[in-house]
Design a protein around this ligand. Structure first.
Ligand code: FES
Length: 325
């Protein structure tokens, strides 16, 4: 479940600096107008950036966690951009203001890990880098495997390759676009080491390969950060009802609308960022009924408890859900 530290809510932050970190990867440093302290950052956390073109996007923080008076996020200019990364790369300048919520953390380090295996692909290195800073600071042993197509598309290479905190613990793989020349995740993950946790963030192909190769690891030792939903196979949509217990309102959710859409149309304000089941911002308590979970944020255990639902994408197995709204 996402951690619940103090967060900004659509706060305007000034762009202090913009830096090219690699081909098509740019970092943005953001601060309050008075340079005051910002909410504490945990390793693995991200910001939600509300862009003036109406889009909200999530970007991971890559610095060492702690109290900050500026945040840095790294953004990959995605050729398939639906407007978020393209807008940041092409329109935003130093001195501009961005509306920011967060930090949120759906990818926290486990307090119980004796050691950590970190696997990053491409821009997925951003939350992994903040984790590595934290693990180094705590003296927890870790190995970091960083995969990218080539050196030019890999960010923070000098830091990872040459700096004291990382150089002994980091291996880099550049596969030129051919996964068979990259990191052998099957071999890497074959042995389960007691107390070791695995953290992975990167493109869907890498995360799916890591997920398959770690299927014999204890479920609570394997952690993924997804910013884009993978396609999921779902049952055909059926109509159901939601009863909002605090408001004493019953609504019908037809086959062609999400719970979120129905709630918004009825005038309810629901926090959302991704609207595709990967950020956790719309999670709502379920008081009765059985959700049909379609999100990629809740763990299997959290899904089986059936006491919370991502209203942006999930539906109902029962004819009626009672929500704490
Ligand atoms: S809005 Fe992101 S999980 Fe629902």
């Amino acid at each position: 479940m996402p951690s619940q530290n103090a967060t900004l809510n659509k706060q305007e932050l000034v762009v202090l600096a913009i830096k090219d970190e690699a081909n098509n990867i740019r970092s943005f440093e953001l601060a309050l107008g008075d340079r005051g302290d910002l909410p504490v950052v945990e390793a693995g956390a991200h910001l939600a950036v509300h862009l003036s073109n109406g889009l909200t996007r999530q970007y991971s923080l890559f610095d060492a966690p702690g109290i900050k008076n500026s945040y840095r996020v790294a953004v990959l200019k995605d050729p398939q951009s639906r407007g978020g990364s393209q807008y940041l790369h092409e329109q935003v300048k130093v001195g501009d203001k961005l509306s920011v919520s967060g930090p949120f953390n759906n990818f926290p380090l486990s307090p119980n890990s004796a050691s950590a295996l970190l696997i990053a692909g491409g821009i997925g290195v951003t939350p992994i880098l903040s984790m590595a800073h934290h693990l180094h600071r705590c003296g927890t042993s870790f190995e970091l495997y960083y995969c990218a197509r080539n050196l030019q598309e890999a960010a923070f290479v000098d830091l990872l390759r040459d700096s004291v905190p990382f150089k002994e613990s980091v291996e880099m793989y550049f596969d030129g676009g051919d996964p068979s020349k990259g990191l052998d995740v099957k071999a890497l993950l074959a042995t389960v080491v007691e107390g070791r946790h695995l953290y992975c963030c990167g493109p869907g192909g890498l995360m799916n390969a890591v997920e398959a190769a770690s299927s014999h690891w204890p479920a609570d030792t394997v952690h993924f950060e997804r910013f884009k939903a993978d396609p999921v196979t779902t049952a055909a949509n059926t109509e159901f009802k939601v009863y909002l217990a605090r408001s004493k309102v019953e609504l019908v959710v037809p086959c062609d609308k999400s719970i979120l859409k129905v709630l918004k149309e009825a005038g309810f304000e629901i926090d959302t960022v991704c609207e595709e089941g990967v950020c956790g911002s719309c999670l709502t308590d379920v008081l009765e009924g059985v959700p049909e979970h379609r999100d990629q944020i809740l763990t299997d255990d959290e899904k089986s408890a059936n006491d919370v639902i991502a209203v942006c994408c999930s539906r109902a197995k029962s004819g009626r859900l009672v929500l704490d709204l």
